[in-house]
Design a protein around this ligand. Structure first.
Ligand SMILES: [Zn+2]
Length: 325
């Protein structure tokens, strides 16, 4: 009885051991599978929602810094100081900056202009880079002889916006490496806007894209201009590339910010114009409903971090979810 019992017990024990081994193997395999899933879900949940990371306050501080430099027309010392500030910030966020310098005849004589082109993490800048999307702003301010013009909104706001975008994009390197940041010089006309006066930097940049055959590597672009008005009404030009406009509106809706975005009554000539002509569909995210446009009143107190936050988060949402679909 005892033997039998022992025998049975042994057999049961043996079966139990076998079962335990099989069970352990099963658990082990299950853990691997589950582990993979867990790692996957952890990875995807760790992928930063860059639109939530965008800080209007940080963008505003960049604008403050630029405005503190005073009027920043092409060729001025203040604009060189702006460049130094922009390059320092971008480098700090792991972007590599190339200076694209050229001279052009203007109503005030020969002027030297410099666009700043940034690619993420050592990519070579424009020609030879793998970027597929352009994010742009002009960083010069219009020259006025009759009054002091610091361009807090016109020149300042979009530049601060783009610098903060550089920081949040760097949180997602695979996205950042597909984007080229361009800070245009000479957007403003020295006198009246014409075919030969104004948008100097973007005309030169777009020409280079066409000449080098690199325009087609860019599937699209966003230009920011005057995006800091504390009473924000983004007025997209009616001729905006439809697909990008749809993506911007959908992004704004997803973030419950749709009411800030509408269409302008007429088309606008801005730095996006030469890019569109070069075959890169580019939208101008601009708030032209700004009473202080080209007046001495375009100062920091007319802006708010919240407006920069609204535009920045919508654009970041668009970049992460629509730009590369
Ligand atoms: Zn202007």
């Amino acid at each position: 009885m005892e033997r039998q019992c022992t025998g049975i017990r042994r057999r049961v024990g043996y079966l139990a051991q076998m079962t335990h081994a099989a069970w352990s193997l099963f658990v082990f395999l299950a853990c691997i599978v589950a582990g993979c899933h867990r790692a996957d879900s952890t990875r995807s949940s760790q992928k930063p929602k860059i639109w939530k990371e965008f800080s209007g306050e940080r963008a505003f501080e960049h604008v403050r810094h630029l405005v503190d430099l005073g009027p920043r027309p092409p060729g001025s010392d203040a604009l060189e100081k702006s460049r130094e500030y922009i390059v320092k910030q971008l480098t700090g966020f792991s972007w590599t900056v190339v200076r694209q310098t050229f001279s052009e005849e203007t109503p005030r004589g020969q002027v030297r202009f410099t666009n700043l082109i940034a690619n993420f993490n050592g990519a070579k800048g424009n020609h030879g880079s793998t970027a597929q999307f352009l994010l742009c702003s002009h960083y010069d301010t219009k020259i006025f002889d009759r009054f002091r013009f610091v361009g807090a909104n016109d020149g300042g706001s979009s530049t601060g916006e783009l610098l903060e975008m550089a920081r949040v994009l760097a949180l997602e390197p695979s996205l950042a490496s597909r984007i080229e940041l361009v800070f245009f010089d000479g957007e403003e006309a020295f006198e009246e806007f014409s075919d030969t006066d104004g948008i100097y930097g973007s005309r030169f940049f777009a020409n280079q894209l066409v000449r080098s055959g690199t325009a087609k590597q860019f599937r699209g672009g966003i230009l920011f201009d005057m995006v800091g008005d504390r009473s924000l009404d983004v007025t997209l030009p009616p001729d905006s590339p439809a697909q990008i406009a749809r993506g911007i509106f959908t992004s704004a809706s997803a973030l419950q910010l749709r009411s800030y975005f509408t269409y302008f009554s007429e088309n606008v000539t801005d730095d996006h114009t030469p890019l569109n002509e070069a075959g890169v569909p580019t939208i101008d995210i601009i708030d032209f409903d700004y009473p202080w446009w080209h007046t001495a009143g375009d100062t920091l107190d007319k802006l708010s971090p919240k407006s920069l936050q609204i535009v920045g988060s919508v654009a970041a949402y668009y970049l992460a979810n629509f730009a590369f679909r």
